[in-house]
Design a protein around this ligand. Sequence first.
Ligand SMILES: Nc1ncnc2c1ncn2[C@@H]1O[C@H](COP(=O)(O)OP(=O)(O)OP(=O)(O)O)[C@@H](O)[C@H]1O
Ligand SMILES: [Mg+2]
Length: 442
Amino acid sequence: MSLRGLINSRILFSVIIISMFGSVLTIWQARQSVEREVNSSFNLALQMMDLGFSHLSRTSMTEYEWLQQISAIQHTRHLHISIFNEEGEEVEWFVPDSIEDERPPEWFVRAVKTTYPSANYDIRLADGRLKQIIVRADPLDEIVETWEESVAYFWSVMTMIGVIFLAINIVFNSMLQAVRSIVVGLRRVESGQYGRKLPPFKISEFDAIATEINHLSDALKLAKDNNQALARHTMQIQESERRNLSRELHDEMGQSLTAVKAMSTAIRQPGADVAKISESIADICNHLAGVVRSMMRTLHPLSLADLGLGATLSDLINEWRRRYPDLVIKLDYDERLDQVAHELAIHVYRIAQECLTNVVRHANATEVTLVIRQEGEHTSPRVVMRIRDNGQGGESSGHGFGVLAMRERVENMGGRFRFESEAGKGVCVSAWMPIIEKSDNE
Ligand SMILES: Nc1ncnc2c1ncn2[C@@H]1O[C@H](COP(=O)(O)OP(=O)(O)OP(=O)(O)O)[C@@H](O)[C@H]1O
Ligand SMILES: [Mg+2]
């Protein structure tokens, strides 16, 4: 069921319940008020009759006098007064003005009507004749008034409900339009069209949702652009590493192997200096072993698996200290991190390596501190890295991939990464990643 259908059906249901409850209440109130009104008129009439009769001697009352007496109350509302002779025939009556034309529906009269009182008076006239007066309550004119009031009340309630219904539908229409635009916006985000933004909405809640979707779209666009750039960069690195490898293989290995091959031919010549040639072959082999080791170190920090993260980091830092003696490099390392999985250790190592490269390349710093610790043992154990230098900091001067790649590494591990750079105060790189313990086969 659509939202509009749901709301309309709920409103209709509420209107029916309110109308039923209102009708019952109105009829109950009408019944009470008719009863009260009719009873008070009846009691007033009786009091007037009693008062009138008490001033007159009933036995000596003339017909004119008691008729006068009755005429005094005949205009009292809600009363039906009948006069009967000695034979029991109704000789005269006084009724309220005719209301036949405006008579309310019979069901309403029956619903409102209760039993009403009546009173009899026996009057002996001066000439000795006996007459009987019967005074009865007649609620019909009061019921007519109540009916008219109820109808007016009913229509005013109906008009009010109509206006509310209309107002809800108008607001609802604009809400539905906003929802439709938001759905279209979400579909665009889903299909990767991040360029088109949602417009501002008049309703603040929808405007907040639209703003968030626009932010989400920006963030996804940035992530997509970064991923594409990183993928391109990775391919470029791969290609350049392949080129380097092939050059090394060509320059070092190729030439050395050719030399060994030439020497193997020379050694077969009569009078060849076998000892010297074999010494040359050994030299070439030593050189080749060095080349292979250096290529392997470039491709992968072997010592990480053999020596552990702490020792490999110390090794790296010592190498940097040797190359840049003017730069003070401090390391605060938590030995417990030697137990983390190789996958995590390599990320920590590469981040430290990239930060040191950046410090040397961009910071113009005299000191850099690397804090690499384990935190949150009892809640969520994580490795926390903070690498801070005292260099120039400030705006980025280039569009490299080092920071981007560090962020990717950390976020892919489910962690958080922050790069803070303040002019004159240096750069602080912070990262945390959830700890992954070494598995049994590592
Ligand atoms: N320690 C630092 N001090 C000052 N500026 C820095 C520092 N580290 C990074 N930057 C700035 O941030 C930019 C981005 O660094 P990033 O490592 O991503 O790229 P890069 O070092 O220029 O190139 P590469 O892709 O080779 O790493 C740098 O060009 C530099 O302007
Ligand atoms: Mg860099």
